[in-house]
Design a protein around this ligand. Structure first.
Ligand SMILES: [Zn+2]
Length: 149
């Protein structure tokens, strides 16, 4: 299989952290390589990489599910702020990282420069059982909340 994102969409590969929610055009999951509670990656099902390739229907679906996920993060996980990141020169499909902001992250800075050190810190120092359990619990409550909507 050439494209990992296509393999996930086709159900040939299970994403590591499990599915948070799925819509007609998008797929949301947690990347457990970066064990941050409430982190969500929202990816297009179609094999595209750039924002301007989205169809009208995909645009509507995107903003709708993005805001629903954001609302669920706030309401069930108490996440006050989220950083959004997407890069179009990806080997995966068009995808948006939704990275919740936690107090400990501010030691790495306040804006875009802090994103990489925060992710690396999580990968290197938070990859222990207790935190992984918390992360998985958060995925579960998010997916339950989004199912009800
Ligand atoms: Zn693909």
């Amino acid at each position: 299989m050439e494209c990992l994102s296509c393999a996930i969409v086709d159900g040939l590969i299970e994403p590591d952290g499990g599915v948070v929610v799925e819509t007609e055009y998008f797929h949301a999951h947690q990347d457990v390589a970066y064990p941050i509670k409430g982190l969500v990656i929202l990816a297009s099902k179609r094999h595209i990489t750039s924002f301007d390739e989205l169809t009208h229907e995909e645009k509507l679906d995107y903003i709708d599910i993005l805001t629903k996920i954001r609302k669920a993060q706030r309401e069930v996980l108490g996440i006050e702020y989220v950083y959004y990141f997407y890069n179009e020169d990806t080997t995966h499909h068009f995808h948006t990282w939704m990275v919740p902001r936690y107090e400990w992250m501010y030691e790495f800075g306040r804006s875009v420069e802090s994103v990489r050190p925060v992710l690396l810190h999580a990968r290197e120092n938070m990859n222990h059982d207790e935190n992984i359990q918390e992360v998985k619990k958060a995925i579960h409550v998010l997916s339950q909340t989004l199912k009800v909507d």
